[in-house]
Write a protein that binds this ligand. Structure first.
Ligand code: UDP
Length: 198
């Protein structure tokens, strides 16, 4: 389906199932980097504050290969402003759905949340979905450690990178390091690692 423009941001009107199919082709196809953004109203507000961070966040969303509606706020806005029916495809459902579908054929890197959380999230995901844990790292490192973390992810051979470092920072990180990371699916997932950790 054709990409929409919601208040200057791209939005792909794809169902959860269609999004999972598409991400599956990226995971199974020739290794190439793709970024996924799950848009929500807070993102749009954050993009409007005129700061340098806001400009970089806007650019990262624009550069994403897939932009889905994370929740009902975006679904409602698309209906009101564009008269478009956009299904929800939230970050949690995309993460869990990919792990459910691909199980042991999926190498997942869990990046973000407070120290210790990613390890528990990874262990739970391995037990529940049978995925391979490619690596884990917390999300409270300094910008000067960006290169080290990016290389860690690159060397892990992950198929799926779940980046949970808060809105803007996670999307900017994935987009900035896209070519170095070279992970087939890199997705900013907000609180998903906390949820997976229980
Ligand atoms: N987080 C992180 N590093 C940061 C800020 C946040 O790893 O510098 C993690 C935080 O621990 C949580 C997730 O990112 O697991 C989402 O954080 P929050 O809900 O505060 O961000 P939002 O998505 O609301 O911007």
């Amino acid at each position: 389906p054709a990409r929409l423009d919601l208040l200057g941001h791209p939005l792909d009107p794809v169902s959860l199932d269609a999004a999972l199919d598409l991400l599956g082709t990226w995971i199974q196809g020739p290794r190439a980097p793709h970024t996924v953004v799950t848009l929500n109203p807070e993102f749009i507000m954050q993009c409007r504050d005129g700061s340098d961070l806001a400009a970089r966040f806007t650019a990262a969303i624009r550069a994403a290969d897939l932009v889905t509606a994370d929740g009902v706020g975006i679904v409602w806005a698309a209906k009101e402003l564009l008269h478009a029916d956009v299904p929800r495809a939230p970050g949690f459902d995309l993460s869990a759905g990919l792990m459910q579908r691909h199980g042991p054929n999926l190498r997942v890197f869990f990046l973000g949340a407070k120290p210790g959380v990613a390890e528990i999230a990874a262990q739970n995901a391995r037990e529940k979905y049978g995925v391979v844990v490619a690596g884990v790292h917390h999300g409270y490192f300094d910008a000067s450690d960006d290169v080290r973390v990016a290389e860690l992810v690159r060397d892990s051979g992950a198929d799926l990178l779940l980046t949970a470092m808060g809105a803007a920072r996670q999307e900017i990180f994935n987009e900035y390091w896209r070519e170095v990371l070279n992970v087939p699916v890199m997705m900013g997932v907000g609180g998903v690692l906390d949820v997976l950790a229980g």
